[in-house]
Design a protein around this ligand. Structure first.
Ligand SMILES: [Zn+2]
Length: 296
């Protein structure tokens, strides 16, 4: 009896929602995945057509499929011994042949344009932000725009100094000021940290971890070197360097030639069968950390 009632209720609510959603479509295209949307539509449609007990089980199966990515939202991590490399978390099933796109010293002049190009090419990336660039309203608007386009935001310190040359107090200020500002503007703290020039200290490492960020250097980058401050040679080396390997972390900057080279870099990496890894899938907190958070 209970079951029939539940099925009836389910069936009727399915009919209602099927009517509603078919017109409403999916406005929240944070991640434009037309294939997923289609499968959603057909599942509701078919449940609608056979209103018998079977539909209950059908929709349960469907739910499991949809829920799966949420149960294990992190599939990748930064290799602890080589903080440039992205690797699949042990025990998770994910593509190892990935590359991560990162853009530092943002948002200065070209970051929003770069983000737009990435969106056009359906390519995820991290933008590492210098706090000093987001003190102005203009900078804040740019950051907001990049965040709203769905990109991960990282902390690249406030004024881009060599951290080991600063006192611990100053190092803290350089990092926390930027995370606080980012949080004020986009409503969430950054999960990724990259030190200027890749120079970290023990104090920085501890601080970054405490604040729930993961340290990240890079595997290679060229857009600041003479000979590569032009789109053609830059795109070529970013794709054809011997340093490209699964898990590579590609460093680029808020520069005009990098903006221009980005579509070719994406295309070249994909031709070599690299998947561009979604930063949302990269774990920032260690398992020990999340456990202690739960018990606190
Ligand atoms: Zn930098």
């Amino acid at each position: 009896m209970k079951r029939t009632l539940a099925t009836l209720f389910l069936a009727s609510s399915l009919i209602l929602t099927a009517c509603d959603t078919s017109d409403a479509e999916y406005d929240t295209d944070e991640q434009t995945e037309p294939i997923e949307d289609n499968s959603d539509d057909t599942s509701e449609g078919s449940a609608d057509m056979n209103e018998d007990n079977d539909t209950n089980e059908d929709t349960d199966d469907e739910d499991e499929l949809i829920d799966e990515p949420e149960e294990s939202s992190y599939l990748y991590e930064v290799n602890e011994n080589d903080i440039a490399t992205i690797q699949v978390i042990e025990g998770e099933e994910a593509n190892e042949r990935v590359a991560l796109l990162t853009y530092d010293d943002a948002p200065d002049n070209y970051a929003v344009d770069i983000a737009e190009v990435l969106v056009e090419n359906d390519a995820p990336a991290i933008f590492f932000v210098n706090g000093m660039f987001i003190e102005s309203e203009e900078g804040q608007a740019m950051l907001r725009e990049i965040h709203e386009m769905g990109f991960a935001i990282g902390n690249h310190t406030h004024t881009h100094q060599s951290l080991p040359s600063l006192s611990e107090e100053e190092q803290t200020e350089e990092i926390m000021k930027t995370s606080d500002l980012i949080e004020e503007i986009i409503g969430e703290r950054p999960r990724f940290f990259r030190a200027p020039f890749g120079q970290n200290t023990d104090h920085v490492k501890e601080l970054v971890k405490e604040d729930g960020m993961v340290l990240m250097n890079w595997t290679y980058g060229y857009d600041w070197e003479s000979g590569y401050m032009e789109a053609e040679p830059l795109a070529d080396i970013m794709v054809n360097t011997e340093l490209l390997r699964p898990g590579a972390n590609l460093l680029m900057h808020d520069r005009s030639w990098t903006l221009e080279a980005t579509p070719q870099i994406i295309e070249g990496l994909r031709e070599k069968e690299y998947e561009l890894v979604d930063p949302d899938l990269i774990r920032s907190v260690t398992p020990e950390q999340s456990e202690s958070e739960e018990t606190d």
